[in-house]
Design a protein around this ligand. Structure first.
Ligand code: NAD
Ligand code: HSE
Ligand code: NA
Length: 452
């Protein structure tokens, strides 16, 4: 039986996600009411143009251009406009008017999360944002609540669907980056301007949000090291496949200790990396997302599913609306998010991981020994070396088990070296020295190997 008064829900934005949220709120009204213990009444939808054509079956009487007026009458405000302003001002106004806020706006949260959380805490309200990271996949609540009694050691996330779609297409079909991007755009995975996806900005925003929750520390998005996937070639993907790896754009949040200073802190970084084809993240295909969490007591956990899409993301939004509504019914302040740990955010130089270095070198005696000695001079331990010799006549390559320096050829050879765990500093010094060697024609690529 429903004893509580109906709750007033305001929606800001009726795009891909907003339109689906409006439809579900209306169509599932009675079911949601019985779950919450109060009816959830959609009282209005703030849009730019009330007369714009709509595909979703939404009552036109709900549309308004008076966002501020709508916010002031609401118990729960759902922000699905995106962007920083006016979304930030609207959310602050909603909190100061006593409403709870549900948003999917990762750009805003990554840039102004602490400000919004402080405003919510001050008035005893709550900001919910499950949709902001990995769309439909429950990951915010698991980190904030389910794992609140554990210690997270590391998160490896595939949190951008566009880049996973592109890299998967390159891996499975041998496609080029340019072709795969064109298909992603055609299918509507990538934005008209896909820079935020392919240059890793979108994943960096999500990494900042995840790291903050996992390590109870504010992580400004500017402190997230970011590299995109535009430099990844079909040849690198094919070579990774031969060596038993797959290339994925990973958002990594990790508790680390700087090897030089001994400072204990947090690393948040986004880059394309190799992971073993045996790792569960290797099985994340197409535009899907997954977040792999390594916790001290729980061990390894993986959260998998749709990281984008209007109706899929609307599921996460509706879950948050139900949580907010239940809190209204039960009473009491919102759950504060703690950033008390206040750990140091360490730069990429402090990171240690494994690396794969691909070199084109002169195919001459002593070259491998010279390269190997440079690794050992910098304290970087080599795990495997593979060589293929370029045939001078045809330009084709044949694989060799290991370079022995016995060839009399005046052509070049490709060396693929995988290291044990080494520090980023030692590795970059090693690569700089290697690049200076006369016998080295070029350093083809340096890729990190993650997930071990
Ligand atoms: N689409 C997804 O798959 C997805 C997944 C996760 C998170 N998100 C996030 O959800 C939010 C919404 O995404 P979307 O895909 O629905 O975007 P969208 O561009 O389809 O929709 C946004 C809508 O908001 C409207 N809008 C913008 N400024 C406005 C203003 N000042 N007043 C009124 N209306 C305004 C736009 O006209 C548009 O209709 C974004 O923050 C996005 O990052 C989207
Ligand atoms: N552009 C994003 C949408 C979801 O945040 C992606 O490709 O994952
Ligand atoms: Na989510």
């Amino acid at each position: 039986m429903i004893a509580y008064r109906n709750l007033r829900v305001a929606l800001l934005g009726a795009g891909s996600v907003g339109a689906q949220v409006a439809t579900l709120l209306t169509e599932h009204h009675d079911e949601l009411a019985s779950r919450v213990g109060a009816g959830l009444d959609l009282i209005g939808i703030a849009v730019r143009d009330v007369d714009a054509p709509r595909t979703a079956p939404i009552d036109p009487a709900l549309f308004t251009t008076d966002a501020m007026g709508l916010i002031e009458s609401a118990d729960i405000v759902i922000e699905l406009m995106g962007g920083i302003e006016p979304a930030r001002s609207y959310i602050l106004h909603a909190l100061n008017s006593g409403a709870d806020v549900v948003t999917g706006n990762k750009a805003l949260l990554a840039a102004h999360g602490p400000e919004l959380q402080a405003a919510a805490e001050q008035v005893g309200a709550q900001v919910y944002y499950e949709a902001a990271v990995a769309g439909a996949i429950p990951i915010i609540r698991p980190l904030r609540d389910s794992l609140a009694g554990d210690r997270v050691k590391r998160i490896l996330g595939i949190v951008n669907g566009t880049t996973n779609f592109i890299l998967d297409k390159m891996d499975v079909e041998g496609d080029t980056f340019e072709n795969a991007l064109a298909v992603a755009t055609e299918l509507g995975y990538a934005e008209a301007d896909p820079t935020a996806d392919i240059e890793g900005y979108d994943a960096a925003q999500k990494a900042a949000i995840l790291a903050r929750l996992a390590f109870h520390t504010d992580v400004p998005v500017e402190a997230v090291h970011r590299e995109g996937i535009t430099q990844i070639t079909a040849a690198q993907v094919a070579q990774a496949q031969k060596a038993g790896y797959v290339v994925k754009l990973l958002a990594i949040c990790e508790r680390i200790t700087d090897p030089s200073s001994g400072i204990d802190g947090v690393s948040a970084r986004v880059y394309p990396a190799l992971i073993s084809r045996q790792h569960p993240l290797a099985a994340v295909h197409g535009g899907k997302n997954a977040v792999f969490v390594e916790a001290e007591a729980a061990g390894d956990l993986m959260f998998y599913g749709a990281g984008a899409g209007g109706i899929e993301t609307a599921s996460a939004v509706l879950g948050d609306v139900v949580s907010a509504a239940r809190r209204h019914v039960a009473g009491g302040p919102g759950v504060a998010e703690t950033t008390h740990a206040n750990l140091t955010i360490l730069p990429i130089d402090s990171v240690s991981t494994r690396y794969q270095i691909t070199l084109e070198v002169s195919d001459a005696p002593g070259v491998l020994a010279r390269i190997a000695s440079l690794f050992s001079e910098h304290g970087v331990s080599v795990e495997t070396v593979q060589q293929s010799i370029a045939s001078v006549e045809s330009g084709a390559t044949r694989p060799d088990a290991l370079a022995t320096g016995t060839s009399e050829s005046s052509g070049t050879a490709t060396l693929v070296i995988v290291t044990h765990v080494a520090s980023e500093r030692a590795l970059s010094r090693t690569v700089a020295d290697i690049a200076d060697q006369q016998v080295v024609v070029r350093v083809e690529s340096v890729l990190r190997v993650e997930g071990a």
